[in-house]
Ligand binder design. Structure first.
Ligand code: SAM
Length: 285
């Protein structure tokens, strides 16, 4: 039978009754705040026509809300010990499929027929790889609404030139429009994490804002630029063994965009990286 797990007392009682020990290695900080739960559901704009993937359901606090709001939910949890608790807590719902798996090992394209939304309070040790996998998998995901560390949310929304701007910023802006929908302090979880959190909504673009000739190559250029972010872009690109670009070619491509040859990669917008990767491709062909 399900109970209101947004109440910290109920969560702790359930955990104790099942003799469950929180596992730091799986990033287990369970949400215990009704207002934040409501903001996540509202921000994800879910209705009964939606199919939802939840990553890391924990003891099912957010999952129960998702079952109520959506057509169907698949909840992927790595921790085997949580599966019987989830089955018991979600026994009132017939639109839930609980999957005991590591999200990083799962085929995201085969999960649902048609488009789906992702909603999660993500485990913080693996946030960026999960987000990259969601976008790069080719799965038909229309939006991703996730709780992440505040610092990661800031990186997703950063502007060129700042310390937060990097590969994650550019990847997210290629795939989606990012919007922070709630700031969440540590006391909204048990156990309390050491950092502040934020809920971010990533709504997938129907068409990416730039169309480089070879998107994979553009991302190789971006990764090379930020692998050595204190170096000039010319040096960072010509030092990257995977690119095979000479210093002269890098300088010529950068200058052909009207940029200073001493510029650092952290100053370039997504549009400029797209143009630059096309020039570098032309020069290396
Ligand atoms: N959704 C619950 C909530 O909001 O209270 C729990 C969120 S907790 C921050 C993260 C959850 O992700 C934990 O239940 C953890 O066991 C699970 N998890 C960690 N790594 C995972 C992985 N690689 N694949 C699937 N689940 C994972």
């Amino acid at each position: 039978m399900s109970r209101d797990l947004s109440n910290p007392g109920n969560t702790l009682e359930l955990v104790r009754k099942n003799d469950f020990q929180f596992k730091k290695r799986y990033g287990q900080n369970f949400l215990v705040d009704r207002k934040v739960l409501t903001r996540i559901i509202e921000g994800a704009e879910i209705d009964k026509n939606d199919q939802v993937l939840e990553i890391g359901p924990g003891i099912g606090t957010l999952t129960a809300e998702l079952c109520r709001a959506s057509g169907s939910v698949k909840a992927v949890e790595i921790d085997r010990e949580l599966i019987p608790i989830l089955k018991q807590e979600l026994s009132d719902y017939d639109n839930i499929d609980i999957i005991n798996a590591d999200i990083m090992e799962l085929d995201l394209c085969g999960l649902f027929k048609g488009s789906y939304k992702v909603v999660a309070n993500l485990p913080y040790y693996i946030t960026t790889p999960i987000i990259m996998k969601l976008f790069e998998s080719g799965a038909d995901i229309s939006s991703v609404t996730v709780m992440v560390q505040r610092e990661v949310a800031d990186r997703m929304q950063a502007k060129p030139g700042g310390k937060d701007y990097g590969v994650l910023t550019l990847s997210v802006s290629y795939f989606a429009e990012a919007r922070i929908i709630a700031n969440v302090p540590p006391n909204c979880f048990v156990p309390r994490p050491e950092v502040s959190s934020a809920v971010i909504s990533l709504r997938r673009h129907e068409r990416p804002p730039v169309q480089p000739k070879d998107p994979e190559f553009m991302f190789s250029v971006i990764r090379a630029a930020f692998a050595q972010r204190r170096k000039t872009l010319v040096n960072a690109l010509s030092n990257a063994p995977t690119l095979g670009i000479t210093k002269e070619a890098a300088a010529s491509a950068i200058e052909s965009l009207g940029l200073d040859a001493r510029i650092r990669g952290e100053r370039l917008s997504l549009f400029q990286f797209s143009e630059l990767s096309d020039r570098l491709r032309e020069l290396s062909q």
